[in-house]
Design a protein around this ligand. Structure first.
Ligand code: PLP
Length: 342
């Protein structure tokens, strides 16, 4: 009954079992192990091309390893004001790039557009200004919305026009992919993404994320940056084993499909009670208006979810996860219906 986030979960049992299996015996350290090799090969199959893969433990680490490999200290990174890199990483992107500037590009429902980015580019080639270096988009966005392949491609064209890289923060990449119905290649490198932070922790892993690089010429630098950032794990096999199990037999996509379906059911039940979404519900996050008195009755009944006052009066956020139970969703909707009469 906890809808606060998709990281209120533990790890999926198959991930824990995989760690247990990988635990036996002695293998090479620092990623020179069969699990890490297999994960890179498997992601190459999934993305339909060779990729370089850098497992790390947190999404913030993935983002800063990715961005710092493309952005000089005098660079500008264009992102949405609500981007995780802007509001939830404690200045780590600025620190690890050596001082690059995050330039916020407002946009509807958590998404930025090429026109929005163009409007924020000033002083190109001018020694007094930060220089365009990267666009960072979040898929699924912090507002639970999705970029289509065409939208990503348009942002990539904008990035190219200014010699910038395109980074995708895919903390919820599986949720986005499951909802979009396109291939992993179509929503990333085929649309012009240079580097992806491939999330896995929220969707079932214990602690495993990976930078997936589509620009092999950056691999050497990225290896050094990950090490300096403290995320070159000596017992890397225990991280890679999580990623291997996550990708095996479509566990990642099944988990994401389940979370998305739970969110869709919540959205449907909320709308039936007159509680309208603030952002379109496209993946596993819901931003919705519920009259405060009713929401508080739900919270008093034991349902946990956040007040999202940044979106104004009566705004709340609910997030579903790979282990959200359909019965809990129905219990929430039943309590919601009853809260009207109370
Ligand atoms: C959760 C999340 C991350 C990763 O957060 P960590 O706490 O550093 O693992 C990155 N980006 C987005 C959009 C997220 O929601």
């Amino acid at each position: 009954m906890d809808f606060r986030s998709d990281n209120v979960t533990g790890a999926h049992p198959k991930i824990i079992e995989a760690i247990g299996r990988a635990n036996a015996g002695q293998v090479g350290s620092y990623g020179a192990d069969p699990w890490s090799e297999r994960v890179e090969a498997r992601l190459g199959e999934i993305f339909e091309r060779p990729v370089q893969v850098f497992p790390v433990l947190t999404g913030s680490a993935a983002n800063v390893v990715a961005l710092s490999s493309f952005v000089p200290p005098w660079g500008a990174i264009y992102c949405h004001p609500e981007a995780h890199i802007n509001v939830d990483e404690c200045g780590a992107p600025e620190l690890f790039t050596g001082g690059a500037k995050l330039v916020c590009v407002p946009g509807e429902h958590g998404k930025i557009t090429p026109a929005g980015v163009e409007g924020k580019i000033h002083g190109e080639g001018f020694v007094h200004s930060v220089q365009p270096a990267a666009i960072s988009i979040t898929q699924a966005s912090e507002c639970g919305t999705l970029y289509t392949p065409d939208e990503v491609a348009a942002l990539a064209a904008c990035a190219r026009a200014h010699k910038m890289a395109l980074h995708m923060d895919g903390a919820r990449f599986a949720n986005a992919l499951a909802a979009l119905g396109c291939t992993p290649a179509e929503i990333t490198w085929k649309a012009g993404v240079d580097v992806l932070s491939f999330g896995a922790t929220k969707n079932g892993c214990l602690a495993a994320e990976a930078v997936v690089l589509f620009r092999p010429e950056k691999a050497e630098e990225m290896a050094f940056r990950r090490k300096r950032g403290g995320h070159l794990l000596s017992k890397m096999r225990l991280v890679s084993a999580q990623l291997e199990a996550y990708l095996a037999n479509d566990l990642w996509l099944d988990n994401a499909r389940h979370a998305n379906a739970m969110a869709a059911r919540l959205a449907e039940g909320l709308a039936a009670e007159g509680c309208q979404p603030i952002h379109p519900v496209q993946a596993n996050e819901l931003f919705v208006r519920i009259p405060k008195a009713r929401a508080e009755r739900l919270q008093a009944a034991g349902f946990k979810f956040y007040d999202w006052e940044a979106l104004g009066k009566d705004a709340w956020r609910l997030v579903t996860a790979f282990d959200t139970r359909a019965a809990d969703v129905e219990a929430f909707l039943k309590a919601l219906r009853e809260s009207a009469a109370a």
